[in-house]
Write a protein that binds this ligand. Structure first.
Ligand code: 5AD
Ligand code: SF4
Length: 499
């Protein structure tokens, strides 16, 4: 193909970075300045963009954590404000956004697979806008790869640029070039963004953004910016509004919720415990929060959680490893002993609490003995569930500079053994529920059988039982009849729940 011809059919990005936009920079994103966080309340849609999506459809594919799921709700809100309607079918979509996750390499591979798959659709429908956003868009290597190899992508924007979506969509509609806006900054808080929530029973509420922990393996502090807390009143108002709308369960979100409040300048010494103590007074049946970091989990929070009520007794407390030397090089800032101390302190205050955790196997230099320490900690804590991961080097993090010296075979073998233990413990924990009466928030009907309803207990166990669809959205009592490893089957009853 001649150069002139190629220019007509394909975009040439060889000089893109020098001439057009500032590329994302992990190095820049790593900086933590003393600069005050900006609270913005000025999101508005310019007149010329207000109806830009009228008669058109959008589809957002979400990868990764609940934070991303919730960001998708915000992007959906913005797209609907400018006229777009939702579709589940990619062939009908006029704009497709991939809201991506960068936490492990396999998460990124999935997204690149999807970008590749959408190439055909884009060829058939050149007016389709294909956008990549979320955590991967914050990585310079990802952006380079897209620019070089995936010219079907029209739009790239970062986690700090979501509120700019109206302007970015407009540019993508009218520009022949790729539109890219990724700010590698520490982040602001934009309060008045619209949202279209998925479902009307359980809702997510951000309490803070970003992470300053810089665990050595983790990309999140780079892609999500510095820890910044929303004002308590904004959070309380949002939870109240959801309660008024009939939501039954709220999950308070943050990458490191236990650091909540530390950065607030207008209120001193106000932490997650104080916030939970106010939220528990709101008339909504269930409040959860995620994700906790053991280091900042303080006594006041435990004291408040022990008050129960709508604060449910499930704690997700990522440990990552059961060996203190590993924890040290992971940059976790606690030892095995400190973790266990905290675990038992919470257990003593909230005896019915269930615990889940996250674990990484095969971190650089992890020996068999060190892995056995993880196994013994899991056995000791009898977690109800563990999210287990094979270590994946992330470019730009300190761990990525260490030699990834555990073979894949060993990593897989460790993961398998750990998962076998995790399953055994989950089954044991579920077995304890046999014949008990549990309170279930009915979230929906089973896809396979509409007569079977499904929901979660306060302790976050899945329960399936037969009942009329009219129960969806209600709290009901169910007697557990049959226990499986990852769910409970039960019968609907009228009596009062015990657990
Ligand atoms: N490799 C493997 N797992 C990781 N996690 C975070 N970064 C990595 C990585 N580089 C896991 C941690 C964290 C969870 C969300 O993902 O266990 O708690
Ligand atoms: Fe990543 Fe550690 Fe922050 Fe969690 S606390 S988001 S693992 S850096």
């Amino acid at each position: 193909m001649t150069k002139a011809k190629q220019d007509k059919t394909e975009k040439d990005y060889s000089t893109y970075f020098q001439t057009t936009f500032k590329p994302p920079s992990l190095k820049e994103a790593r900086r933590r300045r003393k600069k005050t966080i900006q609270f913005l309340n000025d999101f508005s849609i310019p007149d010329d963009i207000e109806e830009i999506g009228k008669g058109k459809k959008y589809l957002i594919r979400t990868y990764g954590c609940q934070m991303n799921e919730h960001d998708t709700e915000v992007m959906a809100g913005i797209l609907e404000e400018i006229g777009y309607e939702a579709t589940e079918n990619e062939e009908n979509a006029d704009i497709i956004l991939l809201n991506t996750c960068a936490i492990r390499e396999n998460a990124e591979n999935k997204v690149f697979g999807e970008i590749g798959h959408l190439k055909n659709l884009k060829r058939e429908k050149p007016e389709l806008i294909l956008g990549v956003c979320g955590c991967m868009a914050q990585e310079e290597s990802v952006v380079n790869r897209i620019l070089q190899k995936h010219q079907q992508v029209d739009l790239i924007f970062g986690t700090h640029n979501i509120h700019r979506l109206p302007q970015l969509v407009k540019e993508a509609l009218f520009s022949k070039e790729i539109v890219m806006e990724v700010w590698s900054k520490e982040g602001d808080i934009v309060e008045n963004l619209p949202k279209v929530r998925k479902g009307n029973i359980r809702g997510w509420v951000n309490i803070m953004y970003g992470c300053d922990k810089f665990c050595t393996y983790c990309i999140v502090p780079y892609t999500r910016g510095k820890e910044r807390s929303r004002h308590p009143q904004e959070i309380i108002d949002e939870v109240r509004e959801l309660a008024r709308q009939g939501y039954k369960e709220i999950t308070l979100l943050g990458q490191n919720v236990n650091a909540y409040g530390k950065d607030l300048e207008s209120i001193k010494n106000y932490g997650l415990g104080d916030l939970m103590d106010e939220i528990r007074k709101i008339d909504i049946p269930r409040i959860r929060f995620t994700t906790s970091h053991p280091r900042d989990f303080d006594d006041h929070l435990i004291e408040v959680l022990a008050k129960g009520g709508n604060l449910v007794e499930h704690i997700h407390l990522p440990v990552q490893s059961g060996n203190s030397d590993m924890l040290k090089i992971m940059g976790r800032k606690y030892t095995r002993e400190r973790y266990l101390e905290l675990f038992y302190k919470i257990k003593a205050a909230i005896p019915h609490a269930t615990f889940t955790t996250d674990i990484i196997v095969g971190f650089p230099n992890e020996t068999d003995e060190q892995f056995e320490d993880t196994m013994s900690l899991v056995r000791e804590c009898q977690f109800d569930g563990c999210y287990t991961f094979i270590y994946s080097p992330r470019e730009g993090t300190p761990a990525a500079r260490m030699e990834d010296n555990i073979s894949m075979e060993v990593k897989k073998e460790r993961l398998q053994r750990l998962n076998a233990l995790v399953n055994e413990l989950a089954a044991e924990s579920n077995a304890k529920c046999a014949d008990q009466v549990v309170e279930v928030l009915v979230e929906g009907a089973s896809k396979k059988n509409p007569d079977v309803l499904s929901g979660h207990t306060r302790t976050n166990k899945v329960v399936n039982f037969r009942g009329p669809k009219s129960l969806i959205g209600n709290l009901v009592n169910v007697r557990v009849k049959n226990v499986k490893t990852w769910s409970l089957d039960g019968e609907l009853i009228e009596e009062k729940a015990e657990v």
